[in-house]
Design a protein around this ligand. Structure first.
Ligand SMILES: [Zn+2]
Length: 163
């Protein structure tokens, strides 16, 4: 059976607030210095997107390629990880199509950075800005995210088989 031309993947990630520095989402610094507890810069949106891309191609997840114990992972820019993953995707003869990222937080203000986030992701993915959707929602005060203990993100990615 021939491999399908289009494949879809889904990813999810969550991290607690804590530590130093600004919260980074989709490679863009938010006006929020509550920090994220993570080995990397804790960009949940990019981590979810990475898992969506790897899932679309069927080649594992973030943890397959990057290990928290690796000293090189300390404070690493997650956009750098995304670029490495895109090489893996290309090596399997796929390229990204459209992506849809949803950031789930009770209080992080995403709206002011919405267009910058789309532009940064589009550039990294090599797609039009119109192919990148970044959405934000809350859990209506319910659960850990609703209690503002941290932030989560989900992402869907379509990949096309390269000719
Ligand atoms: Zn993560």
């Amino acid at each position: 059976m021939a491999e399908p031309i289009t494949r879809t993947g889904w990813g999810f990630d969550a991290h607690r607030f804590g530590g130093d520095g600004h919260i980074v989402l989709c490679g863009v610094e938010m006006d929020d210095d509550r920090g994220i507890e993570a080995t990397s810069d804790g960009d949940v949106a990019v981590h979810a997107l990475i898992d969506a891309l790897l899932g679309a191609v069927g080649i594992g997840d973030l943890g397959t390629y990057f290990h928290p114990e690796d000293p090189e992972m300390h404070g690493v820019d997650s956009m750098q990880l995304l670029r490495k993953v895109l090489v893996l995707v290309e090596n399997r003869s796929y390229r990204p199509g459209n992506v849809d990222v949803t950031i789930i937080s009770e209080s992080v203000r995403v709206a002011p950075h919405h267009e910058a986030m789309r532009a940064v992701l589009a550039e990294a993915l090599g797609v039009e800005v119109g192919a990148v959707s970044v959405k934000a929602t809350t859990t209506d005060g319910m659960g850990a995210i609703g209690n503002d203990e941290g932030i989560a993100a989900a992402a869907v990615a379509v990949v096309y088989r390269s000719p």
